[in-house]
Design a protein around this ligand. Structure first.
Ligand code: G6P
Length: 368
């Protein structure tokens, strides 16, 4: 039935299109647009005294955690471990005194994430959770909860929960940077200005959806394997892009750090393997541009996701390119997330799969 999907054909598409609104709602919960400053609720620890962050989650939420690692390291110079919950819970690593554990989960009920949280408690970590369901088990067992304001997410493949998780985690990294005096007020102001612009820039990405549909139908849906490359802040987005594609289109996809390409995946490159390059023109752009050239030299079919400067440099050598708004590199991953969601969505539609209920997958994994 079309009930609840509005004008959209699938919940996933509806949820993709809700992102400008829910990212805005989440942002305004933790950042005052008037003062342009991050104001988190009181937390039961002092960022300046945190010895280490351990971030844990499963699936897409894990990639939000990986993204957060880059932000916390860069903005707050905080040592961060990020680990899938199913590994953390059984490996039982020692966690240092004074550490904080962040559990990220849309449902708040994922069994491995809950078990990892309980393990972290045995190690005397302060538990902070980022959940979309505030009444959930993970929220209840945490010392503090910073909810995402995404609203109910029905599509099995996470979209708006992911980008709102990113927004919460970025506001946390800014708060941590301020408390640890690693982020000066000028940089904080520049960054919060950039964050406030994100909802309307996500809208700009959504307005380009025909470009993504064309790439999906013309290139990705015809492929048996797809590689996603990214470096730095774009690496977690490459991983998430590959996960989204395999989840809903059943096309084999791998995300790789650009620098690792010559250590394996380059052996797969030929005309039959599209390579999606996630590459805003940031500080590491020259490095990803050289990975782009390496793929091109081997006849690979390149799909470029970049901004104006990146398109000017590389689009003429790509089989297809999408142009995203030019933004602060710290917020770029949020916009590029939406691009990879659209690519996966339109590829799945072209393949005729059940987008909202992909085979073998569950919305929430509450048993091992
Ligand atoms: C399942 C869902 C994913 C989700 C993961 C973690 O695999 O299909 O979309 O990312 O669980 O779920 P959580 O509710 O903990 O975020």
């Amino acid at each position: 039935s079309m009930m609840g999907k509005g004008n959209h054909r699938h919940f996933m598409l509806k949820e993709i299109h809700e992102q400008p609104a829910v990212i805005g709602d989440t942002l305004h919960t933790y950042l005052s647009p008037a003062t342009r400053s991050v104001t988190l609720p009181a937390l039961p620890f002092d960022w300046a005294k945190v010895t280490r962050l351990t971030i844990t989650a499963c699936g897409t939420a894990y990639f939000a955690g990986m993204m957060a690692k880059y932000w916390f390291e860069k903005l707050a110079r905080l040592p961060v471990e990020v680990e899938v919950a199913s590994e953390l819970r059984y490996r039982e690593p020692p966690l240092p005194e004074g550490g904080v554990c962040i559990a990220i989960s849309q449902s708040g009920e994922t069994v491995d994430t809950l078990a990892a949280l309980r393990y972290a408690k045995t190690q005397h970590q302060t538990i902070l959770s980022v959940v979309n369901v505030p009444e959930s088990a993970i929220a209840r067992e945490s010392h503090a909860v910073l909810p995402t304001i995404a609203g109910p997410e029905i599509g099995v493949a996470s979209t708006k929960a992911f980008t709102t998780q990113l927004m919460v985690l970025l506001t946390m990294a800014v708060a941590a940077g301020r408390a640890r005096r690693t982020l000066c007020s000028a940089d904080e102001e520049r960054l919060t200005r950039a964050m406030i612009e994100v909802p309307s820039q996500v809208n700009e990405v959504l307005n380009m959806d025909l470009a993504y549909k064309n790439i999906a139908e013309g290139i990705l849906a015809k492929a048996r394997d797809v590689l996603y490359l990214g470096r730095g802040l774009s690496f977690p987005i490459a991983l998430e892009g590959a996960l989204k594609l395999k989840e809903i289109s059943y096309i084999h996809a791998e995300g790789y750090a650009g620098g690792e390409m010559k250590h394996g995946p380059i052996a797969l490159i030929d005309e039959a393997v599209p390579v999606v390059v996630v590459a805003p023109a940031d500080a590491i752009f020259d490095k990803i541009a050289s990975n782009f050239e390496q793929v091109r030299a081997r006849g690979g079919k390149l799909v470029l996701l970049s901004d104006e400067a990146g398109n000017d440099r590389l689009a003429h050598h790509a089989a297809a390119a999408a142009k995203l708004p030019t933004v602060d590199p710290m917020v770029a991953p949020i916009l590029y997330s939406v691009s990879v969601q659209l690519l996966a969505y339109y590829t799945a539609v072209a393949k005729g799969t059940d987008v909202d209920q992909p085979r073998n997958l569950a919305k929430s994994v509450t048993v091992e």
